[in-house]
Design a protein around this ligand. Structure first.
Ligand code: SAM
Ligand code: SF4
Length: 320
């Protein structure tokens, strides 16, 4: 339990800060080509941290980044995590570009759920926003559907004046495939780039936009697990809304810690504190378990995006 009575059993692991896209709201400076670097955790180090966390009751794990699929040993990392006793769910968050090749190996390695970013169904908007090609992402989504994962969800960051006209087509596209689309409020994680406060678009507005086209009905039964999304029934499927900025109780049920690509435990995405695991990994200080306990004890009650949050690390390094 953390100081606010929340049971922390979920670790999101950023396996790399590199990416093969350059989303304007995340990492506009773009891809630099991933290579093993001294400040990235090795697969063995990630496994040691996961092993220690399962001993402390962590059960749910997600691989993220940056783009986790650009890491050459991602399938091995997934397989080794899944083989550890105590691991109950393993997910991955990806932009989907490499899923055509990797969906089946990841499924075979034990990955249960895949979240795929899809901010637009218009190729020009997709390209402008991400630097990538929509058709490749759609091939990746099709590959994920065919691979038979338990859950595949689509994520869309809402941006006024850029992809707001995509809300209805995206929700309908997800409903057709039986994949929940989650609409996410923009967080101030890439300030200084071309995306600014004026692009913020709330989930309330997104709900109104959708409801003016198709009926939306609140799903009270948490259909897609424990998480910050609020789900609604939509065209026989579900759509989710993640109101990280406008929902007053957003952090109430937060159950996660984040592991950064360079070996820091981050109790909250929206606050700056981090605990460095490298000394513990190298046996120089207290144990890894001790550091995990410390991170749980340091978990704040809520994020501080509204209180002049200053970006000191890009989302890609922290792990989205
Ligand atoms: N590369 C993978 C992907 O795009 O899904 C995994 C990492 S990405 C950082 C994880 C999630 O964070 C994506 O759904 C992405 O859209 C979201 N994200 C990135 N920057 C964001 C921001 N400034 N505000 C809200 N969500 C953001
Ligand atoms: Fe890369 Fe994902 Fe960030 Fe886009 S959101 S730049 S795909 S890490």
């Amino acid at each position: 339990m953390d100081p606010f009575g929340r049971h922390i059993d979920y670790l999101r692991i950023s396996v790399t800060d590199r990416c093969n896209e350059r989303c304007l709201y995340c990492m506009p400076e773009g891809y630099k080509g991933w290579a093993q670097r001294a400040d990235h955790l090795t697969a063995d180090e990630i496994l040691r941290i996961v092993e220690n966390s399962t001993a402390l009751g962590f059960r749910k794990f997600r691989l993220t980044g940056g783009e986790p699929l650009v890491r050459k040993d991602i399938v091995e990392i997934a397989r080794r995590i899944w083989e550890l006793p105590g691991v109950q769910t393993l997910g991955i968050s990806t932009n989907g570009l490499l899923l055509k090749e990797l969906a089946v190996p990841l499924k075979q390695a034990g990955v249960r759920s895949v979240n795929i970013s899809l901010d637009s169904l218009d190729a020009a908007i997709y390209q402008k926003l991400t630097g990538g090609r929509l058709e490749i992402a759609l091939e990746g989504i099709a590959a994920a559907a065919a691979a038979g994962f338990e859950v595949v969800k689509l994520n869309c960051v809402l941006l006024r004046g850029i992809n707001e006209d995509q809300i209805v087509p995206l929700a309908r596209f997800g409903a057709t495939l039986g994949m929940p689309v989650r609409f996410i409020e923009l967080m101030p994680l890439a300030s200084g780039g071309p995306i600014h406060d004026g692009h913020f678009f709330s989930i309330t507005e997104a709900m109104e936009r959708l409801a003016s086209h198709d009926p939306l009905e609140l799903a009270n039964d948490k259909p897609h697990g424990h998480g910050p999304a609020r789900y609604y029934r939509f065209r026989g499927a579900h759509v989710g809304f993640i109101g990280s900025i406008t929902c007053a109780d957003f952090c109430k049920d937060c159950n996660k810690l984040r592991l950064t690509a360079d070996g820091k435990l981050r109790p909250c995405l929206g606050r700056h504190g981090e605990i460095d695991l490298l000394p513990a990994l190298r046996g120089e200080t207290e144990s890894i378990s001790h550091a995990i306990h410390e991170a749980i004890a340091n978990k704040p009650e809520n994020h501080s995006f509204a209180d002049d949050f200053q970006v000191n690390r890009p989302m890609t390094a922290i792990g989205g």
